[in-house]
Design a protein around this ligand. Structure first.
Ligand code: BG6
Length: 464
């Protein structure tokens, strides 16, 4: 029997404001933390804006070219598009008393374009950026006041777009603040665990408060969290490795546990005690945290291993996480280990743990593409990667996992987050721009464009 994805399954792609929009100073936009990372998350030097070139300043100029891009997404058959709102377009300094109308109007135009083609928007409130003013003047998420500024921003966009946007997400890869504190919570890279976990606590409270606000303002909407699905295997079946893997997986599952269950899990008490961390958690915070998300969303690119054996603990780094390589898996050109079966394992684990619907909001292969003499781009490697992962999504559905949809990462080439490169491409659509900002920005369909179109049209029965 040919297995089909369910009717109503949402198919599409995902992008983030600071990786596609450009127009970094247009229409009253304020500086965001992403504007100050010209070399990406892995080299989080805060730039002096006057001197530094940043590829993100123009990115792929989605701010002006979105009608053409949405049309191409529609041609592929997208029924959903995940975008993020740049908080600093709406509240340029972060603590402004009133929102910036020109920023709000941009997203109205964008949603209108999506409505023309019946593409449902999914909106991330904060994708690896915040207004830099909040970092400079308040210390980012280290300050409890940031919770209120975020809530004000979220309520503003819920009110404005409540009739147009039904799928919302709070913080992109919220679990990554431990490894990239400037990007995640606006703290300097050298910050200690105490400061980072306190900032994370504020972000978790903010997340719960805006979940509540969404439930009030957009009653027929759905709001989820967003985790980097960083599945870690024990390097061996030594019980000590198994225990190590359990503990390392809890480092990121902790975020989902709070957001989906409404309270801190028991295992964190010991963790905090043993790391000399004492958090300020008020009674009101505990009450706020009880408002839980409607669905679990996550990104999935790779898996890795952990070991308790110091001799064997030789980690390599993905974009943010460091892991011990798995001897059984191949890797991408950027060293990310490719593991389609791991996606099925992860989906089952998340569904077993939370019993909430899932949404895969990022998955894809970053690769260098080559244009043939006739201009075509035959990205068979990307097709193979996506095919194999989607086959496992289909298997997980057969396993009984409830999943609402799939948005591949970067359906159009965009600026990579880790190193701010254009040469690491994820798209079905090629964009003519190189790492130095040269190129016409012209869009071109790759071979994977027609492949994905057929996957969507056939409800996944074309997968091999
Ligand atoms: C995720 C982020 O970590 O991975 C995206 O949410 C990012 O913003 C994606 O682009 C891929 O990482 P990279 O570094 O290849 O862009």
């Amino acid at each position: 029997m040919t297995k089909r994805f369910p009717e109503g399954f949402l198919w599409g792609g995902a992008v983030a404001a600071n990786q596609v929009e450009g127009a970094w100073q247009a229409d009253g936009k304020g500086l965001s933390t992403a504007d100050l990372q010209p070399s990406g998350i892995m080299a989080p030097r805060v730039a002096q804006r006057q001197d530094d070139f940043s590829i993100r300043d123009v990115a792929i100029d989605f701010y002006h070219r979105y009608p053409e891009d949405i049309k191409l997404f529609a041609e592929m058959g997208f029924t959903v598009l995940r975008i993020s709102i740049a908080w600093s377009r709406i509240f340029p300094a972060g603590d402004d008393a009133k929102p910036n109308e020109a920023g709000l109007a941009f997203y109205d135009r964008l949603f209108s374009e999506m409505e023309k083609y019946n593409i449902a928007p999914m909106v991330t409130l904060s994708h690896y950026e915040m207004p830099f003013g909040l970092v400079e003047n308040y210390g980012g998420w280290g300050n409890r006041k940031t919770i209120e500024f975020f809530e004000r921003y979220a309520r503003t966009v819920f009110e404005r777009y409540k009739d147009r946007v039904k799928y919302w997400l709070t913080f992109n890869e919220i679990n990554m603040s431990l490894h990239a504190p400037f990007t995640g919570v606006g703290l300097s890279e050298g910050s200690g665990k105490q400061a980072i976990y306190q900032a994370i606590h504020h972000q978790l409270v903010a997340s719960a408060r805006v979940v509540k606000a969404c439930h009030e303002i957009v009653p027929e909407g759905k709001i989820g969290n967003m985790l980097l699905g960083g599945l870690l295997y024990p390097l061996s079946c030594q019980p000590a490795d198994v225990l190590e893997a359990m503990q390392k997986n809890r480092e990121w599952l902790f975020f989902g546990d709070v957001q989906a269950r409404g309270h801190y899990p028991a295992y964190m008490k010991r963790f905090f005690r043993e790391h000399d961390i004492t958090l300020e958690i008020t009674e009101q915070d505990k009450c706020d945290l009880r408002e839980t998300i409607d669905y679990i969303s996550f990104s999935y690119y790779m898996t890795g291993c952990v070991t308790a054996d110091k001799e064997l603990d030789k980690r390599t780094r993905g974009n943010i996480l460091s892991m011990v390589p798995n001897p059984h898996l191949p890797a991408s050109e950027w060293g990310w280990q490719i593991d389609p079966l791991g996606l099925r394992v992860l989906m089952n684990q998340l569904y077993d743990r939370y019993e909430k619907p899932l949404f895969i909001v990022e998955n894809g292969l970053g690769a260098r593409d080559k244009q043939e003499a006739d201009g075509s781009i035959n990205d068979d490697y990307r097709i193979a990667y996506l095919n194999d992962h989607l086959v496992q999504v289909r298997e997980a559905i057969e396993d009984g996992v409830e999943i609402w949809g799939y948005t591949s990462w970067g359906p159009i080439d965009l600026v990579s987050a880790s190193k701010a490169e254009m040469s690491k491409r994820y798209g079905f659509i090629y964009v003519d721009r190189d790492d130095n900002g040269n190129g016409t920005l012209e869009r071109k369909r790759k071979k994977s464009f027609t492949w994905y179109q057929e996957v969507i049209r056939s409800h996944g029965t074309s997968l091999e």
